[in-house]
Ligand binder design. Structure first.
Ligand code: SF4
Ligand code: SF4
Length: 615
C-alpha cells in the first residue's frame, strides 16, 4: 500500500481501500493463515453481496466526505467469484475513478483501472473480463518455483505447476499493468542461488518483466501458528533478509533488472508504504463483503484491528477507532531503544503496528534491511544529523508516546515544552511514583489478580504495561477479582471506609469536555464495600469479589468485537491519584490516562461465532 497526501477541499480525508469480495479461495496453500475461512462454499453468499457491499461502501465514504483514492481487490481469491460478479466489481471501481478523476489526480495519484491481487489460477479463463476493464494484476507466486509447487496446492492437495507457468506466460503477454509478488519465509531462502535463477527464468524464459516484482517477508503470528498447528513456515530472520538483499544487489546491479532491484523489489520497506506511516489507521482500511472493516490484510486476524462494520457503523466512528487502535498498539509496544537513537526514525516511524503486536516488539521486523536500503541510497533516504534527529524524536514522541515526553533530553537551543525547572531525576513519572508512598502502592502490579475461566492474570497498571493479553469471556464463565487485603488499609486508610473501586470502559472512542481528547467510553463504576468481599483461594491475606453479576447486568452495552477495559483500585488510592494530579503538573501530564491496574477482554455472547482467545 502506498502512502497518500492531503485530500482536496471537497473531501476532508483520503483513504486507501482494500476490498475483499470473498474470503473463499480456490487453492489450499499449506501456509494460508485464513484457515477454513477460505472454504470456497462460502463464496456463494459473497457472490450475491460483493457488489452491493462495495457500492454501499463507496456511497458511505462519499457521504462522509472521505475519498478512497485507491480501491484494490484482495482475497481470499477474488477470481473465485463468477465472471459476472467480477465484471460488476471492476466496473464499479472504474466508475469510482472516473467520477473522482480530478480529486484523485490532485492528490498525485493516477488511477483509472481496477487492481486485483490474484493467485492466477483462473487467469486464463478470465482474460476477457480482465482485458475489458484494463485490470492491473498483481500475481502471487512463490520463489523459488520449486516451493510454489510444494506449498501452493489445489484444494485437493495437488501441485499445479504446468498451469502456473501457462498462466504466467499469458500474464507476460497481458497488455496492461502487471507484476509478480512473493512472500518469503526462511525456507524460501535456503538456496538463494536458486531464488536468483528463478527470477532470471521468469524474466528470460517465461517473458515476464521482472522489474515489476516485489518482495514481502512473512512474519510469525500467533493466529497463523494456531491455525497451522505448528506447521506455519518459519519467518526469515533479519540476517537472512540482509543476505537476500546483498545477493540480489550483487547479481542484478547494472543488469537489465537493475531498475527493478533499485525501485520496486524492496519498495515495501521504504517510506512510501503504509508500514512507515505515523498512523496507518488514518489512511488504510480493508472492507469485507459482509461489511466488516479491518486495518488491512494483516489486521484481518486481529480483533484489535477490527474497526466495525461499514454497513452499520458511521464512517466517523470507524476512522476514529482505526486511528485509536493503531496509535494504541504503537504506544503499548513501547519505544524501542534502537528507535530512540535512530537517525531514520523520521522515515521509518518504527514499522507496522500489526507485526509489532504479533512479535511483541517496539520496532520494525525489517529494521536491519531498511537500514541497508537507507545506507545504499543516502540522498533519497538521508540520515538526520544529531540536532535534527533530536527534533524528529521529540516530534514522534509527542505524537505517539506523549507520556514519554517528560523523559526526553531537552532540544538543544530550544525552549522546553515543559517548564524550565523540569528535572528528569525528580519529575519523570517513575521518579514521582518512587517518591510518593501512596502512588508507589497504587502502581503496584501485585495487588489485584483477575481470575477468568480458571486462568489468573496479575493486573498491571495500564500505564506501565509493556504487553497486553485480551481474554474472551463467555456469559457462563467465572470471573473473579482477588485483591490483597493490605490494599484496603494502605497508608492509614480505614478498610471499612475504603471500598474497592472498579471502572468499566468499552473501546468506543468518545470526546469528553473541552480538552477535546477522545477516550474510551465509560460504562459503569462500582464500589464494593468490604462486607461484599469473600474469601479468596489465594489465602487469608487475600479477599475476592465475584464480577459476573455486575458484568451480566451491563451486557447490553457490550458490543461484538469491542474490547472492555476493567480497572481496579481502592477509593483511597484513587483519591491519592487525583490529589497528586492537582498538586503536581508533571504528574498530571504523564498520568493523564487512567493509571490503575486493569484487564481487557471481549465479551463473547455467542461462543460458536468467535475464538476463545484473541491473538
Ligand atoms: S497494520 Fe501494518 S500492514 Fe496494515 S496498514 Fe498498518 S502498517 Fe500497513
Ligand atoms: S530503522 Fe530500525 S531503529 Fe530505525 S526507527 Fe526503524 S525500526 Fe527503529
Amino acid at each position: 500500500m502506498t502512502d497518500s497526501v492531503q485530500a482536496p477541499a471537497r473531501h476532508r480525508r483520503a483513504v486507501h481501500l482494500l476490498y475483499v469480495p470473498t474470503l473463499g479461495c480456490n487453492l489450499g496453500c499449506t501456509y494460508c493463515y485464513l484457515g477454513d475461512q477460505t472454504d470456497p462454499r462460502s463464496s456463494r453468499m459473497d457472490a450475491e453481496r460483493a457488489l452491493p457491499t462495495l457500492l454501499r461502501t463507496l456511497e458511505r465514504f462519499e457521504e462522509a466526505g472521505v475519498l478512497p483514492f485507491n480501491v484494490s481487490l484482495h482475497g481470499g481469491e477474488p477470481t473465485l467469484l463468477p465472471e459476472k460478479v467480477l465484471d460488476g466489481l471492476f466496473g464499479a471501481i472504474r466508475e469510482h475513478y472516473r467520477r473522482h478523476h480530478d480529486a484523485i489526480s490532485s492528490l498525485g495519484h493516477r488511477k483509472s483501472n481496477p487492481h486485483v491481487k490474484t493467485n492466477l489460477f483462473r487467469f486464463g479463463e478470465l482474460q476477457d473480463v480482465f482485458l475489458r476493464h484494463r485490470v492491473s494484476v498483481s500475481a502471487s507466486i512463490d520463489l523459488p518455483l520449486r516451493l510454489h509447487a510444494r506449498h501452493r496446492l489445489t484444494r485437493s492437495g495437488e501441485p499445479w505447476m504446468d498451469r502456473t507457468l501457462q498462466n504466467l506466460r499469458l500474464l507476460a503477454k497481458y497488455p496492461h499493468e502487471r507484476k509478480i509478488s512473493t512472500t518469503i519465509s526462511a525456507v524460501h531462502l535456503e538456496d538463494i542461488p536458486e531464488f536468483v535463477r528463478d527470477i532470471r527464468r521468469l524474466h528470460d524464459e517465461v517473458g515476464l518483466d521482472m522489474n515489476r516484482f516485489n518482495l514481502m517477508f512473512a512474519f510469525p503470528s500467533e493466529r497463523n501458528s494456531r491455525l497451522r498447528e505448528g506447521s506455519a513456515l518459519e519467518p526469515a530472520s533479519e540476517q537472512m533478509q540482509i543476505r537476500l538483499y546483498e545477493a540480489l544487489k550483487a547479481e542484478f546491479s547494472g543488469s537489465d533488472l537493475d531498475e527493478g532491484f533499485r525501485r520496486h523489489w524492496f519498495d515495501e520497506f521504504t517510506p512510501s508504504y503504509c508500514t512507515n506511516s505515523l498512523d496507518c489507521g488514518e489512511k488504510f482500511l480493508l472492507v469485507q463483503s459482509d461489511g466488516s472493516v479491518h486495518s488491512c490484510v494483516r489486521g484481518q486476524g486481529m480483533p484489535e484491528l477490527h474497526h466495525g462494520n461499514i454497513l452499520s457503523d458511521s464512517v466517523e466512528s470507524i476512522l476514529e477507532r482505526a486511528s485509536n487502535s493503531i496509535r494504541g498498539i504503537h504506544r503499548e509496544e513501547g519505544l524501542h531503544p534502537d528507535c530512540r537513537e535512530c537517525a531514520h526514525l523520521h522515515l521509518c516511524r518504527t514499522g507496522c503496528p500489526a507485526v509489532k503486536r504479533n512479535l511483541r516488539t517496539g520496532k520494525s521486523y525489517t529494521c536491519q534491511l531498511q537500514k541497508a536500503i537507507y545506507r545504499d541510497n543516502p540522498m533519497t533516504w538521508p540520515a538526520l544529523d544529531e540536532p535534527r534527529r533530536q527534533e524528529a524524536l521529540h516530534a514522534y514522541v509527542r505524537e505517539i508516546h506523549p507520556v514519554l515526553v517528560g523523559g526526553l533530553p531537552p532540544l538543544p537551543g530550544r525552549p522546553r515544552i515543559l517548564p524550565s525547572d523540569f528535572q528528569a531525576d525528580r519529575d519523570t513519572l517513575s521518579a514521582i511514583v518512587a517518591n510518593d508512598p501512596a502512588l508507589a502502592t497504587l502502581y503496584r502490579s501485585d495487588l489485584f489478580v483477575a481470575e477468568m475461566a480458571g486462568e489468573t492474570f496479575p493486573m498491571v497498571p495500564q500505564i506501565l504495561r509493556t504487553e497486553r493479553t485480551w481474554m474472551a469471556l463467555l456469559p457462563s464463565d467465572d470471573f473473579r477479582l482477588h485483591l490483597r487485603r493490605e490494599a484496603l488499609s494502605a497508608h492509614g486508610a480505614e478498610p471499612l471506609r475504603n471500598p474497592v473501586h472498579l471502572q468499566l470502559l468499552r473501546d468506543v472512542p468518545v470526546v469528553y469536555d473541552d480538552e477535546g481528547r477522545s477516550k474510551q467510553e465509560h460504562l459503569s463504576t462500582w464500589m464494593a464495600w468490604p462486607a461484599l468481599l469473600e474469601e479468596s483461594r489465594f489465602g487469608a491475606e487475600w479477599a475476592s469479589l465475584d464480577l459476573m453479576p455486575m458484568l451480566r447486568a451491563n451486557r447490553k452495552a457490550f458490543l461484538p468485537g469491542v474490547r472492555l477495559n476493567l480497572f481496579a483500585t481502592t477509593s483511597e488510592l484513587r483519591e491519592r491519584h487525583y490529589a497528586k494530579q492537582k498538586s503536581n503538573a508533571f504528574y498530571h501530564i504523564q498520568a493523564i490516562n487512567l493509571p490503575f491496574p486493569n484487564i481487557e477482554f471481549h465479551w463473547v455472547e455467542d461462543p460458536t461465532r468467535s475464538d476463545r482467545m484473541s491473538p
